[in-house]
Ligand binder design. Structure first.
Ligand code: ADP
Ligand code: MG
Length: 398
């Protein structure tokens, strides 16, 4: 789960990380009012969306007056911002953060990630702040400093000092740099984050270390332990398809192809997507209905896949162990009876209660295409989809 910059800053500041003074606004008028509350004579209006790269896309504007704040935030509210991290659809701007403009002497990149190969939290730093980490690793890989944290003892002061010296920070800044790094580490560890990124972490003209940007991502599976973090979820920033799926307890990832997939288990989902590609098609999604799925759950999954207007064929591929093929068949039929569709539906069932499942499909009288192997199912799905396309099928209205 991702959160907004202002939320990450609030959390990090509770762990001792210094951030500029700022306040949130839900309208341009409120943004101007916020700047008066903050005081000072230069502010930055920042679009709050779950994506970086806002600066280059007009989502970060320096302003020197009420009028400029109104103008900058009017241009942001209600618009979609497209950055290299949002995907082509962009993300809607419904909140802006008004922050005191900071006199920047130096920008540093700081990231904390879960490094799977060392099974440790890894600190990644570079003197090339302001650039995205992907650019830094492509253009200045030698500038990247890495350190892993031994979980039994946590992040040590000497590690922070080593990084500070490698960055060439002034000795007078080492203490506050250490406090910042340790604060980030503790926030990461205590709140089950999977990523903390401060880009840029700046040294100000007056010699302070401030987090100018902040991004945090959390482990979804740990959110039950942190209700205060879980409530920061902002559904307006999520893919609506994935959001609906999460609300129904389904594992769903939206993709860009045309063949909707309903599968059980992530491994089978991956294999199904590969086989569709081998057969010359493109999957529209990854949907795992999990184990022991009831007909209601299968029907919900079916409706969810159908709600994506790019879906022009549906492939149901179930290898039932804990699941029951008869329940899956019933769920597909219930969904089709409630909302008939005019696109090909291919079902391949295998495992527990497969005969009953096949009988239910056969007796339904619905034009369901059946297949006995995954390969056959993928080929039939792709062929049926291609035939429809040849006949001039258009995008469905949903
Ligand atoms: P993004 O990473 O989404 O582009 P940032 O918060 O990193 O957004 O802002 C982009 C750039 O804008 C920063 O690298 C920094 O140079 C400048 N900036 C951001 N906040 C401030 C601020 N409070 N004062 C001065 N400059 C800022
Ligand atoms: Mg940034």
């Amino acid at each position: 789960m991702d959160i907004h910059e202002y939320q990450a800053k609030e959390i990090l500041s509770q762990f001792g990380v210094e951030v500029p003074a700022g306040a949130l606004a839900y309208s341009p008028e409120q943004a101007a009012y916020r700047s008066r509350e903050l005081g000072g004579d230069r502010w930055v209006v920042k679009a709050q969306v779950h994506a970086g790269g806002r600066g280059k896309a007009g989502g970060v504007q320096v302003c020197g007056s009420d009028a400029e704040i109104l103008e900058a935030s009017e241009a942001m509210f209600g618009r979609k911002i497209v950055t290299h991290q949002t995907g082509p659809a962009g993300k809607g701007i419904y909140r802006v953060y008004v922050e005191a403009a900071v006199d920047i002497a130096r920008e540093i990149y700081l990231g904390l990630v879960l490094d799977r190969s060392s099974q440790r939290v890894m600190i990644v730093c570079s003197g090339e702040g302001g650039m995205e980490i992907e650019e830094i690793s492509a253009e200045r890989p030698d500038s990247i400093i890495r350190a892993t944290v031994e979980p039994a003892v946590g992040l040590q002061d000497f590690q922070c000092r080593e990084i500070a010296f490698a960055l060439g920070l002034d000795a007078a800044l080492v203490q506050s740099f250490t406090r910042t790094l340790k604060g980030c580490y503790l926030a990461f560890r205590d709140l089950d984050a999977t990523m903390v990124e401060i880009n840029p972490l700046v040294v100000t003209g007056a010699g302070r270390i401030l987090a100018l940007d902040a991004k945090m991502t959390f482990d979804d599976n740990a959110m039950f332990r942190h209700p205060q973090v879980a409530e920061l979820r902002d559904k307006s920033q999520e893919d609506p398809r994935e959001c609906r799926a999460a609300d129904r307890g389904l594992n769903y990832v939206g993709l860009t192809g045309n063949i909707g997939c309903i599968v059980n288990g992530a491994g089978l989902a991956m294999a199904t997507m590969d086989t569709i590609k081998l057969a010359g098609g493109e999957p529209a999604n990854f949907l795992d209905i999990g184990g022991g799925a009831t007909p209601e759950r299968v029907a919900k999954a079916f409706r969810l896949v159908m709600s994506d207007k790019n879906v022009q064929a549906v492939l149901v591929n179930i290898f039932a162990g804990i699941n029951r093929c008869d329940w899956v068949a019933q769920g597909v039929i219930d969904a089709l009876r409630a909302d008939p569709v005019d696109i090909p539906v291919i079902v391949r069932l295998s495992g527990t209660n497969v005969e009953e499942g096949q009988k239910i499909l056969a007796k339904s009288g619905l034009p369901i295409i059946r297949a006995s192997t995954l390969e056959e199912a993928a080929e039939r799905a792709v062929n049926a989809w291609k035939n429809d396309q040849a006949k001039g099928a258009k995008l469905r209205a949903v």
